[in-house]
Design a binder for this molecule. Structure first.
Ligand SMILES: [Zn+2]
Length: 429
Protein backbone atom coordinates (compact mmCIF):
# COMPACT_ATOMS: atom_id res chain seq x y z
CA UNK A 1 0.00 0.00 0.00
CA UNK A 2 1.17 3.49 -0.84
CA UNK A 3 2.55 5.37 2.22
CA UNK A 4 0.19 8.27 1.70
CA UNK A 5 -2.85 6.04 1.50
CA UNK A 6 -1.76 4.21 4.65
CA UNK A 7 -1.29 7.44 6.62
CA UNK A 8 -4.49 8.94 5.25
CA UNK A 9 -6.27 5.93 6.73
CA UNK A 10 -4.51 5.65 10.05
CA UNK A 11 -4.62 9.37 10.73
CA UNK A 12 -8.23 9.61 9.63
CA UNK A 13 -7.59 12.38 7.07
CA UNK A 14 -10.79 13.23 5.25
CA UNK A 15 -11.42 15.24 2.10
CA UNK A 16 -11.05 18.04 1.33
CA UNK A 17 -7.75 17.44 3.19
CA UNK A 18 -5.18 15.16 1.62
CA UNK A 19 -1.54 14.29 2.19
CA UNK A 20 0.62 16.27 -0.19
CA UNK A 21 3.95 14.99 1.02
CA UNK A 22 5.29 12.47 3.47
CA UNK A 23 8.88 12.51 4.72
CA UNK A 24 10.16 9.59 6.74
CA UNK A 25 13.54 10.25 8.35
CA UNK A 26 14.47 6.82 9.72
CA UNK A 27 17.69 7.94 11.34
CA UNK A 28 16.03 10.80 13.22
CA UNK A 29 13.01 8.60 13.97
CA UNK A 30 10.73 11.30 12.67
CA UNK A 31 7.84 11.46 10.23
CA UNK A 32 6.64 14.74 8.74
CA UNK A 33 3.28 14.81 7.03
CA UNK A 34 2.35 17.80 4.87
CA UNK A 35 -1.35 18.37 4.30
CA UNK A 36 -3.16 20.42 1.74
CA UNK A 37 -6.79 20.87 0.80
CA UNK A 38 -8.52 20.56 -2.52
CA UNK A 39 -9.26 23.67 -4.53
CA UNK A 40 -12.64 25.35 -4.72
CA UNK A 41 -13.72 24.75 -1.14
CA UNK A 42 -15.66 27.10 1.12
CA UNK A 43 -14.46 28.00 4.60
CA UNK A 44 -16.44 28.85 7.71
CA UNK A 45 -16.06 32.13 9.57
CA UNK A 46 -15.65 30.98 13.20
CA UNK A 47 -17.63 33.97 14.48
CA UNK A 48 -20.83 33.77 12.43
CA UNK A 49 -20.56 30.27 10.91
CA UNK A 50 -21.19 31.53 7.39
CA UNK A 51 -19.15 30.04 4.56
CA UNK A 52 -16.96 31.99 2.16
CA UNK A 53 -14.38 31.29 -0.49
CA UNK A 54 -10.76 30.89 0.65
CA UNK A 55 -9.27 34.35 1.16
CA UNK A 56 -5.71 33.27 1.98
CA UNK A 57 -3.81 30.93 4.31
CA UNK A 58 -2.14 31.14 7.69
CA UNK A 59 1.56 30.51 8.05
CA UNK A 60 2.44 26.85 8.30
CA UNK A 61 1.45 25.24 11.59
CA UNK A 62 3.20 22.15 12.85
CA UNK A 63 1.31 19.83 15.20
CA UNK A 64 2.99 17.11 17.17
CA UNK A 65 0.90 13.96 16.85
CA UNK A 66 0.98 10.57 18.57
CA UNK A 67 4.12 8.66 17.64
CA UNK A 68 4.00 6.18 14.79
CA UNK A 69 5.93 3.07 15.85
CA UNK A 70 8.16 5.16 18.11
CA UNK A 71 8.76 7.74 15.41
CA UNK A 72 7.85 11.31 16.35
CA UNK A 73 5.08 12.32 14.01
CA UNK A 74 4.40 15.90 12.96
CA UNK A 75 1.59 17.27 10.86
CA UNK A 76 2.22 20.39 8.78
CA UNK A 77 -0.72 22.42 7.58
CA UNK A 78 -1.61 25.92 6.42
CA UNK A 79 -5.09 26.79 7.56
CA UNK A 80 -7.35 28.68 5.15
CA UNK A 81 -8.81 32.03 6.15
CA UNK A 82 -12.14 33.59 5.27
CA UNK A 83 -12.75 37.26 4.63
CA UNK A 84 -16.05 37.85 6.37
CA UNK A 85 -17.70 41.22 5.72
CA UNK A 86 -18.79 41.37 9.37
CA UNK A 87 -15.77 39.89 11.14
CA UNK A 88 -12.85 40.56 8.83
CA UNK A 89 -10.18 38.06 7.89
CA UNK A 90 -10.58 35.02 10.12
CA UNK A 91 -8.74 31.74 10.25
CA UNK A 92 -11.00 28.69 10.31
CA UNK A 93 -11.16 26.65 13.51
CA UNK A 94 -8.44 24.06 13.24
CA UNK A 95 -9.61 20.47 13.22
CA UNK A 96 -6.08 19.32 14.03
CA UNK A 97 -5.31 21.03 17.32
CA UNK A 98 -6.48 23.84 19.56
CA UNK A 99 -5.62 27.43 18.69
CA UNK A 100 -2.33 28.31 20.32
CA UNK A 101 -1.33 24.67 20.71
CA UNK A 102 1.32 22.86 18.72
CA UNK A 103 -0.10 19.44 19.53
CA UNK A 104 -2.95 17.62 17.83
CA UNK A 105 -6.09 17.02 19.91
CA UNK A 106 -5.11 13.36 20.24
CA UNK A 107 -1.57 14.08 21.36
CA UNK A 108 -2.56 16.79 23.82
CA UNK A 109 -5.14 14.44 25.35
CA UNK A 110 -2.44 11.81 25.70
CA UNK A 111 -0.13 14.28 27.47
CA UNK A 112 -2.95 15.21 29.88
CA UNK A 113 -3.64 11.55 30.63
CA UNK A 114 0.03 10.96 31.41
CA UNK A 115 0.25 14.14 33.53
CA UNK A 116 -2.68 12.88 35.61
CA UNK A 117 -0.59 9.88 36.63
CA UNK A 118 2.90 11.41 36.88
CA UNK A 119 4.76 14.52 37.91
CA UNK A 120 5.76 17.06 35.28
CA UNK A 121 9.29 15.78 34.85
CA UNK A 122 8.12 12.23 34.20
CA UNK A 123 5.40 13.48 31.86
CA UNK A 124 8.03 15.27 29.79
CA UNK A 125 10.23 12.20 29.71
CA UNK A 126 7.44 9.83 28.68
CA UNK A 127 5.97 12.18 26.09
CA UNK A 128 9.26 13.45 24.67
CA UNK A 129 8.53 17.04 25.70
CA UNK A 130 10.49 19.70 27.53
CA UNK A 131 9.46 20.77 31.03
CA UNK A 132 7.94 23.95 29.58
CA UNK A 133 6.01 22.12 26.87
CA UNK A 134 4.52 19.68 29.39
CA UNK A 135 3.72 22.48 31.79
CA UNK A 136 2.04 24.52 29.04
CA UNK A 137 -0.21 21.56 28.20
CA UNK A 138 -1.16 21.28 31.87
CA UNK A 139 -1.83 25.00 32.21
CA UNK A 140 -3.92 25.08 29.06
CA UNK A 141 -5.90 22.12 30.37
CA UNK A 142 -6.75 24.03 33.55
CA UNK A 143 -7.74 27.19 31.66
CA UNK A 144 -9.89 25.04 29.35
CA UNK A 145 -11.47 23.21 32.29
CA UNK A 146 -12.23 26.40 34.15
CA UNK A 147 -13.77 28.08 31.12
CA UNK A 148 -16.14 25.11 30.78
CA UNK A 149 -16.97 25.01 34.48
CA UNK A 150 -20.46 25.98 35.49
CA UNK A 151 -20.72 29.14 37.62
CA UNK A 152 -22.35 27.80 40.76
CA UNK A 153 -21.98 27.81 44.50
CA UNK A 154 -21.64 24.38 46.11
CA UNK A 155 -24.23 23.51 48.74
CA UNK A 156 -21.67 22.48 51.32
CA UNK A 157 -18.20 23.93 51.25
CA UNK A 158 -15.10 23.18 53.26
CA UNK A 159 -12.42 25.77 53.89
CA UNK A 160 -8.98 24.61 54.83
CA UNK A 161 -5.49 25.99 55.02
CA UNK A 162 -2.49 24.20 53.62
CA UNK A 163 1.07 25.07 54.33
CA UNK A 164 3.27 24.80 51.29
CA UNK A 165 6.95 24.08 51.24
CA UNK A 166 9.06 25.56 54.00
CA UNK A 167 8.82 29.03 55.49
CA UNK A 168 5.20 28.56 56.61
CA UNK A 169 3.58 29.87 53.48
CA UNK A 170 -0.10 29.11 53.38
CA UNK A 171 -2.78 28.65 50.78
CA UNK A 172 -6.50 28.70 51.49
CA UNK A 173 -8.45 25.96 49.78
CA UNK A 174 -12.19 25.86 49.24
CA UNK A 175 -13.73 22.43 48.64
CA UNK A 176 -17.04 21.30 47.28
CA UNK A 177 -17.69 18.73 49.99
CA UNK A 178 -20.31 16.77 48.03
CA UNK A 179 -18.21 16.48 44.88
CA UNK A 180 -14.88 16.16 46.67
CA UNK A 181 -13.26 18.78 44.45
CA UNK A 182 -11.10 21.83 45.10
CA UNK A 183 -13.08 24.84 43.91
CA UNK A 184 -10.64 27.58 44.75
CA UNK A 185 -7.06 28.12 45.87
CA UNK A 186 -5.80 31.45 47.11
CA UNK A 187 -2.67 32.90 48.68
CA UNK A 188 -2.43 32.98 52.44
CA UNK A 189 -5.06 32.30 55.11
CA UNK A 190 -6.25 35.82 55.72
CA UNK A 191 -9.83 37.07 55.73
CA UNK A 192 -9.29 38.46 52.21
CA UNK A 193 -8.14 35.03 51.02
CA UNK A 194 -11.56 33.51 51.62
CA UNK A 195 -13.46 36.69 50.74
CA UNK A 196 -11.93 36.63 47.26
CA UNK A 197 -13.74 33.31 46.75
CA UNK A 198 -17.09 34.61 48.00
CA UNK A 199 -16.76 37.77 45.90
CA UNK A 200 -17.29 35.77 42.70
CA UNK A 201 -20.92 35.26 43.68
CA UNK A 202 -23.95 37.42 44.30
CA UNK A 203 -25.58 37.51 47.73
CA UNK A 204 -28.47 35.50 46.34
CA UNK A 205 -26.11 32.82 45.09
CA UNK A 206 -24.26 32.76 48.41
CA UNK A 207 -27.55 32.30 50.26
CA UNK A 208 -27.74 28.85 48.61
CA UNK A 209 -24.78 27.67 50.68
CA UNK A 210 -26.17 25.35 53.33
CA UNK A 211 -23.07 24.73 55.43
CA UNK A 212 -19.41 25.69 55.65
CA UNK A 213 -16.91 23.41 57.40
CA UNK A 214 -13.77 25.08 58.72
CA UNK A 215 -11.19 25.24 61.43
CA UNK A 216 -11.76 27.54 64.39
CA UNK A 217 -9.82 30.22 62.55
CA UNK A 218 -11.01 33.80 63.08
CA UNK A 219 -10.21 35.23 59.59
CA UNK A 220 -12.31 32.47 57.93
CA UNK A 221 -15.12 32.99 60.41
CA UNK A 222 -15.10 36.75 59.77
CA UNK A 223 -15.05 36.32 55.97
CA UNK A 224 -17.96 33.87 56.07
CA UNK A 225 -20.01 36.06 58.41
CA UNK A 226 -19.40 39.05 56.15
CA UNK A 227 -20.57 37.32 52.97
CA UNK A 228 -22.77 34.29 53.60
CA UNK A 229 -26.32 35.07 54.75
CA UNK A 230 -27.20 33.30 58.06
CA UNK A 231 -23.58 32.26 58.49
CA UNK A 232 -24.13 31.78 62.24
CA UNK A 233 -26.24 28.71 61.56
CA UNK A 234 -24.10 27.45 58.71
CA UNK A 235 -20.55 27.47 60.01
CA UNK A 236 -19.54 24.04 61.29
CA UNK A 237 -16.16 23.71 62.99
CA UNK A 238 -14.46 20.68 61.62
CA UNK A 239 -14.66 17.94 64.24
CA UNK A 240 -11.16 16.70 63.49
CA UNK A 241 -9.76 20.15 64.04
CA UNK A 242 -11.76 20.41 67.26
CA UNK A 243 -10.39 17.06 68.46
CA UNK A 244 -6.88 18.14 67.48
CA UNK A 245 -7.02 20.91 70.11
CA UNK A 246 -7.70 18.33 72.80
CA UNK A 247 -5.15 15.89 71.40
CA UNK A 248 -2.48 18.57 71.59
CA UNK A 249 -3.45 19.19 75.22
CA UNK A 250 -3.16 15.45 76.01
CA UNK A 251 0.30 15.44 74.49
CA UNK A 252 1.36 18.45 76.54
CA UNK A 253 0.24 16.68 79.73
CA UNK A 254 2.28 13.61 78.72
CA UNK A 255 5.40 15.63 77.96
CA UNK A 256 5.41 17.44 81.30
CA UNK A 257 4.60 14.30 83.28
CA UNK A 258 7.26 12.31 81.42
CA UNK A 259 9.82 14.99 82.28
CA UNK A 260 8.94 14.89 85.97
CA UNK A 261 9.03 11.09 86.08
CA UNK A 262 12.42 10.96 84.40
CA UNK A 263 13.82 13.28 87.03
CA UNK A 264 13.14 10.59 89.61
CA UNK A 265 14.50 7.89 87.29
CA UNK A 266 11.11 6.58 86.12
CA UNK A 267 10.89 5.80 82.37
CA UNK A 268 7.40 4.28 82.07
CA UNK A 269 6.17 6.94 79.62
CA UNK A 270 9.03 6.45 77.16
CA UNK A 271 7.71 5.55 73.71
CA UNK A 272 4.05 5.94 74.72
CA UNK A 273 3.19 9.13 72.81
CA UNK A 274 0.74 7.58 70.35
CA UNK A 275 -0.88 5.25 72.88
CA UNK A 276 -2.52 8.38 74.31
CA UNK A 277 -3.29 10.00 70.97
CA UNK A 278 -4.77 7.07 69.06
CA UNK A 279 -8.46 6.45 69.50
CA UNK A 280 -8.90 3.52 71.86
CA UNK A 281 -10.00 1.12 69.13
CA UNK A 282 -6.93 1.93 67.06
CA UNK A 283 -4.37 0.88 69.64
CA UNK A 284 -2.46 -2.09 68.16
CA UNK A 285 -3.39 -5.38 69.80
CA UNK A 286 0.20 -6.13 70.75
CA UNK A 287 0.33 -2.97 72.85
CA UNK A 288 -2.94 -3.55 74.72
CA UNK A 289 -1.30 -5.14 77.71
CA UNK A 290 1.23 -2.36 78.08
CA UNK A 291 -1.52 0.22 77.79
CA UNK A 292 -3.73 -1.47 80.37
CA UNK A 293 -0.79 -1.58 82.79
CA UNK A 294 -0.21 2.16 82.31
CA UNK A 295 -3.87 2.91 82.82
CA UNK A 296 -3.83 1.08 86.15
CA UNK A 297 -1.34 3.62 87.45
CA UNK A 298 -2.41 6.96 88.78
CA UNK A 299 -1.07 9.08 85.91
CA UNK A 300 -2.12 12.58 84.90
CA UNK A 301 -1.86 11.67 81.22
CA UNK A 302 -4.29 8.84 81.87
CA UNK A 303 -6.90 11.29 83.13
CA UNK A 304 -6.25 13.56 80.15
CA UNK A 305 -6.67 10.58 77.84
CA UNK A 306 -10.03 9.64 79.40
CA UNK A 307 -11.28 13.20 78.99
CA UNK A 308 -10.25 13.15 75.33
CA UNK A 309 -11.88 9.77 74.67
CA UNK A 310 -15.12 10.95 76.24
CA UNK A 311 -15.31 14.03 74.09
CA UNK A 312 -15.53 11.74 71.06
CA UNK A 313 -19.09 10.80 72.06
CA UNK A 314 -20.10 14.39 71.35
CA UNK A 315 -20.22 13.72 67.63
CA UNK A 316 -22.79 10.95 67.84
CA UNK A 317 -25.62 13.28 68.89
CA UNK A 318 -28.21 14.19 66.28
CA UNK A 319 -29.58 17.26 68.04
CA UNK A 320 -27.73 20.42 68.92
CA UNK A 321 -29.45 20.69 72.30
CA UNK A 322 -28.23 17.22 73.32
CA UNK A 323 -24.76 18.04 72.12
CA UNK A 324 -24.81 21.14 74.33
CA UNK A 325 -25.98 19.13 77.30
CA UNK A 326 -23.29 16.51 76.84
CA UNK A 327 -20.64 19.20 76.34
CA UNK A 328 -21.69 20.96 79.54
CA UNK A 329 -21.01 17.83 81.60
CA UNK A 330 -17.75 17.15 79.76
CA UNK A 331 -16.70 20.77 80.25
CA UNK A 332 -17.28 20.56 83.99
CA UNK A 333 -15.15 17.43 84.19
CA UNK A 334 -12.39 18.88 81.95
CA UNK A 335 -12.18 22.20 83.79
CA UNK A 336 -12.00 20.42 87.17
CA UNK A 337 -9.23 18.10 86.03
CA UNK A 338 -6.41 20.30 87.37
CA UNK A 339 -4.69 19.68 84.03
CA UNK A 340 -3.82 23.12 82.64
CA UNK A 341 -3.57 22.25 78.92
CA UNK A 342 -6.90 20.40 79.10
CA UNK A 343 -8.61 23.30 80.87
CA UNK A 344 -7.30 25.69 78.22
CA UNK A 345 -8.50 23.47 75.36
CA UNK A 346 -11.93 23.07 77.01
CA UNK A 347 -12.28 26.85 77.26
CA UNK A 348 -11.35 27.31 73.60
CA UNK A 349 -14.01 24.78 72.65
CA UNK A 350 -16.62 26.42 74.86
CA UNK A 351 -16.04 29.81 73.27
CA UNK A 352 -16.74 28.21 69.87
CA UNK A 353 -19.53 25.91 70.99
CA UNK A 354 -22.31 27.54 68.94
CA UNK A 355 -20.64 26.41 65.74
CA UNK A 356 -19.47 23.07 67.07
CA UNK A 357 -23.04 21.96 67.78
CA UNK A 358 -24.10 22.91 64.23
CA UNK A 359 -22.48 19.56 63.37
CA UNK A 360 -25.58 17.84 64.71
CA UNK A 361 -27.63 19.26 61.86
CA UNK A 362 -25.18 19.48 58.95
CA UNK A 363 -22.87 16.56 59.74
CA UNK A 364 -20.06 17.76 57.54
CA UNK A 365 -16.32 17.73 58.06
CA UNK A 366 -13.34 18.60 55.91
CA UNK A 367 -12.25 14.98 56.13
CA UNK A 368 -14.84 14.12 53.48
CA UNK A 369 -12.24 15.53 51.17
CA UNK A 370 -9.71 13.00 52.43
CA UNK A 371 -9.08 11.59 48.96
CA UNK A 372 -8.41 15.13 47.81
CA UNK A 373 -6.12 15.65 50.79
CA UNK A 374 -4.02 12.67 49.79
CA UNK A 375 -3.64 14.10 46.32
CA UNK A 376 -2.73 17.53 47.69
CA UNK A 377 -0.09 15.99 49.97
CA UNK A 378 1.35 14.31 46.90
CA UNK A 379 1.34 17.59 45.00
CA UNK A 380 3.05 19.28 47.96
CA UNK A 381 5.82 16.70 47.85
CA UNK A 382 6.31 17.44 44.17
CA UNK A 383 6.09 21.19 44.84
CA UNK A 384 9.82 21.74 44.45
CA UNK A 385 9.33 20.90 40.78
CA UNK A 386 6.71 23.61 40.26
CA UNK A 387 9.10 26.55 40.39
CA UNK A 388 6.44 28.97 41.65
CA UNK A 389 3.38 29.30 43.80
CA UNK A 390 1.06 29.84 40.88
CA UNK A 391 2.31 26.54 39.41
CA UNK A 392 1.37 24.85 42.66
CA UNK A 393 -2.14 26.24 42.38
CA UNK A 394 -2.43 25.14 38.75
CA UNK A 395 -1.38 21.62 39.77
CA UNK A 396 -4.09 21.53 42.45
CA UNK A 397 -6.76 22.56 39.98
CA UNK A 398 -5.43 20.05 37.47
CA UNK A 399 -5.42 17.09 39.86
CA UNK A 400 -8.22 17.99 42.30
CA UNK A 401 -10.45 20.50 40.52
CA UNK A 402 -12.79 17.93 38.93
CA UNK A 403 -12.40 19.88 35.68
CA UNK A 404 -13.13 18.73 32.14
CA UNK A 405 -9.52 19.05 30.97
CA UNK A 406 -9.39 17.40 27.57
CA UNK A 407 -9.38 19.36 24.31
CA UNK A 408 -12.15 18.72 21.81
CA UNK A 409 -12.10 19.17 18.06
CA UNK A 410 -14.60 21.72 16.69
CA UNK A 411 -18.18 20.47 16.67
CA UNK A 412 -18.83 21.84 13.18
CA UNK A 413 -16.76 21.27 10.06
CA UNK A 414 -14.64 24.24 9.10
CA UNK A 415 -14.34 23.41 5.44
CA UNK A 416 -16.95 22.53 2.90
CA UNK A 417 -17.09 21.66 -0.76
CA UNK A 418 -18.77 24.28 -2.84
CA UNK A 419 -21.72 22.07 -3.61
CA UNK A 420 -22.39 21.55 0.07
CA UNK A 421 -22.17 25.13 1.18
CA UNK A 422 -25.72 26.09 0.37
CA UNK A 423 -26.99 23.26 2.58
CA UNK A 424 -24.95 24.56 5.50
CA UNK A 425 -25.87 28.18 5.43
CA UNK A 426 -27.64 30.90 3.67
CA UNK A 427 -26.01 34.16 2.77
CA UNK A 428 -22.78 32.83 1.37
CA UNK A 429 -20.79 34.98 -0.99
ZN1 LIG B 1 -18.30 36.20 10.24
Amino acid sequence: MDDKILFTRILGIHPPWFIKELVVAEKEKRIDIYLDHEAGIRVRCPECNRFYGVYDHSLERVYRHLDTCEMQTHIHVRLPRANCPDHGVKQVDSEFGENGSNMTFAYESFVISVAKECNIKATGRLCGLSWDQSWNALERAVVRGQSRKEHRVPKCIGVDEKSIAKGHKYESLVYDIDKGTVEYVYDDRRQESLESYYKQFSRKELSQIKAVAMDMWDPYIAATKAYVPDADKKIVFDRFHVMRHVLKAVDKVRISEHRQLREIGEQILTGTKYLWLWSQENIPVWRNEEFEALRAKDLRVCRAWAIKENLRHLWSYRYGAWMRKYFKRWYFWATHSRLKPIIKAAKTLKSHLDNIVTYARHRITNALAEGVNTKIEKIKRMAYGFRSRSHYRTAIYFHCGGLDLFPRSPARPSLSFKTLCTQHVGGTH
